[in-house]
Every structure is written in C-alpha cells, then in structure tokens.
Design a protein around this ligand. Structure first.
Ligand code: SDX
Length: 429
C-alpha cells in the first residue's frame, strides 16, 4: 500500500512531506519526527493532539464514550470478568484459559507479602502523613528490596516485577491506612480473593476479624477493574517517560503515583467528596454551578470533564450502577451525599455551559461515594485508584521496553532572554 503523506508548507521553505500512519481504530497520526531537520518544532503543551507512542493495550473513543482493553469493552469486562483476569489481559494481551487464570491467581497470591523491613520504613512517616505520600515512598523503595530481577532487558525480570507490583500494592496500601489510623498491620490471608484480602487488611484488627459482604467485595473488585488502565493519561505517560531513561519499574511506578496524586487527575475522587461536603445541601447547588462557570473563580466541578471523553465516560456509567447496588445492600439508598451527587449531576447535565463544553461526570464522580459507603476514608481514595491503575502502568511500561524505544526528550518554544552581557553586581538594579 502506498505510503500516505501530509504536506506541510511553511513560507520560505520547500514543502515538507510527513508520513501518515493508520491504527486499528481511531485517529490517523502524522509522523513529525523529521521536522527538527527542517529547523521547526510542533507545539502542543497539553498533548491534546499528540500521540506519544504506538500501543495495543487500551483504546478510547471520546466522542462515542468507548473504552476497550485489548479489544474488550469496559462494560463487558465489568460484568463478566474480574480484576485479576483483567490484569492478565492487560499485561499478557489475551484472556487467560482456566488453567492460566488459576496459575496467575496463585502467582499473585504468593507475592502479596512485603519484606518485613517495609514496616520499619513506613514507621518513619509522621502519624498523619497522607497515604499517597507513604505509598509513593514505599513503591519507590521496592527497588531496594527486589533488586534480584531488575534487568529490564529480560522479559522474565519484567514479568516478576509486574507480578510483585500487582500483588503487593494492596498490602502496601492497607499498611498506609493502618499507619494513618495508628493500628497494627494486618498480614495478607492467602485463602482470600484479591479484593477480599485487601478489605480484610484494611479493616481487620488483631482483636477483631473482618469478613466482607460478597457484594462489598464485588464492588471493591469492580472499582479496581474500572481504574485498571486508561491509555496515555498523565500518570501513564509519566511512567513511560521515566521508563524511557531505563529506570527500574518500581521507580517508574512511583513516578506514576506522584503524577496521579494531583486533583486534576487521580486526586479528583477525594476532591469530589470534599466538594460535595462543601456544597452540603441541594439548595446550594446552583451557587456552586455558578462558581464553576465563573472564569475568575478557580473552583471547578470536581468529577466533571475529561480531556478525551466528550460524550460520557463509560466507567462513570458502570460506577453509578455499582453505587446504586452498594448503597442498596448497605441500606443507604437515601445517603444524603449520593442524593446530592445525583441532583448535582442532573442540574449540571441540563446546564448550557456544561453541555456546550461537553462536561460530563467522569470515573471519579461516583467512585468516592462508593468508597465512602464501603468505609474507605477519603485520604485513601487516590491510593485505591493507584492500586487499581498499577497494572495499567506496568503493562504500558512493559510494552514500551519490549519494543525498540528512545529516551523521551521533548523540545520547547524558547521565550526567554537573548544572549546578553554579564553586569557587575554594582551595576545591577
Ligand atoms: C482522571 O486522562 C485520563 O484518562 C484521566 C483519567 C484516567 O483514568 O487516567 O480518566 C482519570 O483524571 C479523570 C479526570 C478527573 N479530574 C477531575 O474531575 C477534575 C475536574 N476536571 C477538570 O479539571 C478538567 O475537566 C480535566 C482536567 C479533567 C480536563 O481538563 P482539559 O482537558 O485540559 O480541559 P480544560 O481544562 O481545557 O477545560 C476546557 C474548558 C475550560 O473552559 P474554557 O477555558 O474553554 O472557557 O472546560 C472548563 C474549563 O474551564 N472545564 C470546567 C471543568 N472542566 C473543564 N469547568 C468547570 N468544571 C470542570 N470540572
């Protein structure tokens, strides 16, 4: 097939032919890699129209509200799969057979413990350190514990590091929570499923056992699944950029955790609950909608809007259904926060500003309400997001390292001072 090209015409320069590549789905891309040779760069600070890589893992159609993981719609995975099976799908590229699924579950189960020294490490944090600060430190420190498999050119090393991260994130997440509330750590129980194990490590104490209601465990598993991966979002792009320098996978995932923490990204679920608590009552909703529309007011409706989704976030739809189910099981159908969130969503979706700017609820809008209903404290919401997203981060890292890659090194539009003389200090003003 003849190569398609785009022609870039710049005054005073001969036309520049740039190759066009087509993917399986979605937008074509124009390869601008040779533009530097023509003494010109492209400019796209928020990467709104920039493809940073080729990837087979996740596809998003923002106009149609489609999210596919290795070709499987998120709605189908949420209904028919579970988190660990989705982890296998994302990392290996295909759904496991029954034997492969059992083997993978056992592998993850027998990596859930962390080195005992991690307890000494986390004890160095202040009693009230934010759990995301602790998680970032713990994951970065993993490279000091698990350095027996850090040859990133060896697929077996990459796979064992991925398994260790997937397996140990719930254990470390629960340790952050226990440190925050001043309770002893609860060790993993290998007789339990991934999500039941996490809930037990979060809520059991040496004095009292904790057995999660099956619906609660299912909801927790679905929350991990809905957060598993999302193409080249800010934190995943951070992991890829860190990985492009050859950094070890634990350092790369720690960088991803740091990027996720921001309220514009994974910190939004915690910010949604703060916002709902601040709004307080349905009678205040219109005032806050007005603030969200006011250009001079920094307030934004947290949990609304998305760089890619301009119709609806399919995860928010599933999350909303889960929210209804969990609240019904817990007898919280009249939960004031949930009622307030549904009223806020209804008013926002009917508001011309939000319609014009295509601002719809995203994955974070309802997740905070479910997490709160499950008894997860607000400061742990983004830790839950990071725990679920770890498989996405490490799958993208593995995909990049498994193929030819170069260090990521963007350029800039320089707007600073031209060359100038160095003034002696007595002449400076
Ligand atoms: C996640 O990328 C991913 O895939 C992320 C994620 C994943 O799974 O990894 O999906 C997870 O991060 C979801 C997003 C969670 N963040 C929030 O809910 C925070 C609130 N949302 C916004 O901050 C914002 O919508 C972003 C950050 C999500 C998207 O920002 P963009 O794409 O840069 O859009 P923008 O800031 O340029 O906004 C476009 C316009 C602006 O108005 P104008 O300057 O054009 O007049 O819409 C307005 C914005 O002011 N706007 C909002 C708004 N979000 C955008 N106005 C009020 N409330 C909002 N929430």
């Amino acid at each position: 097939m003849t190569e398609r090209t785009a022609t870039l015409t710049i005054e005073g320069k001969p036309p520049i032919e740039l190759p066009i590549y087509e993917g399986t789905l979605g937008q074509d891309v124009i390869d601008i890699g040779t533009l530097g040779g023509h003494d010109v760069f492209t400019f796209d600070p928020g990467f709104s129209a920039t493809a940073s890589c080729r990837s087979d893992i996740t596809y998003i159609d923002g106009e149609k509200g489609i999210l596919l993981h290795r070709g499987y719609p998120i709605e189908v995975l949420a209904e028919k799969s579970d988190y660990l099976e989705t982890c296998y799908l994302l990392f290996e590229g295909r759904l496991p057979t029954a034997a492969q699924k059992t083997d993978f579950e056992n592998t993850i189960r027998y990596h859930t413990m962390v080195n005992r020294s991690m307890e000494h490490f986390i004890s160095g944090f202040r009693y009230d350190a934010h759990p995301m600060a602790m998680l970032c430190g713990l994951v970065g420190a993993m490279s000091s514990f698990y350095h027996d498999a850090l040859d990133i050119t060896d697929q077996q090393h990459r796979t064992i590091s991925a398994h260790r991260l997937i397996a140990k994130m719930p254990t470390m997440a629960a340790m952050c929570h226990k440190h925050f509330i001043g309770q002893p750590y609860v060790y993993p129980d290998n007789t339990l499923s991934y999500s039941a194990n996490f809930l037990r490590m979060m809520f059991a104490t040496p004095c009292e056992e904790y057995v999660a209601h099956p619906s609660i465990t299912k909801a927790m598993d679905r929350i991990f699944l809905l957060h598993a991966d999302h193409e080249q979002n800010a934190s995943t792009s951070t992991v890829r950029l860190a990985g492009s320098s050859g950094a070890n996978p634990f350092a790369c995932v720690a960088a991803g955790i740091a990027a996720l923490w921001g309220p514009a990204h994974g910190g939004a679920n915690e910010a949604v609950l703060s916002m709902l608590n601040e709004i307080g009552d349905e009678s205040n909703i219109l005032e806050y909608i007005k603030k969200a529309k006011d250009k001079d007011d920094p307030f934004r409706l947290m949990g609304f809007g998305h760089r890619v989704y301009k119709s609806h976030d399919p995860r928010a739809t599933v999350m909303r259904e889960s929210c209804n189910e969990v609240l019904a099981v817990l007898g919280l159908e009249n939960d004031p926060l949930f009622r307030l969130a549904k009223k806020l969503e209804q008013i926002a979706l009917e508001d011309d500003y939000f319609i014009a700017k295509k601002l719809y609820p995203n994955v974070d809008f309802y997740s905070g309400i479910i997490l709160k209903a499950l008894g997860i404290p607000e400061e742990m919401f983004t830790v839950i997001f990071a725990t679920g997203r770890t498989v996405g981060w490490i799958s993208h890292w593995n995909e990049m390292i498994s193929n030819p890659y170069r260090i990521g090194r963007p350029r800039q539009l320089y707007t600073g001072a031209d060359t100038r003389d160095f003034p002696p200090i007595e002449e400076r003003t």
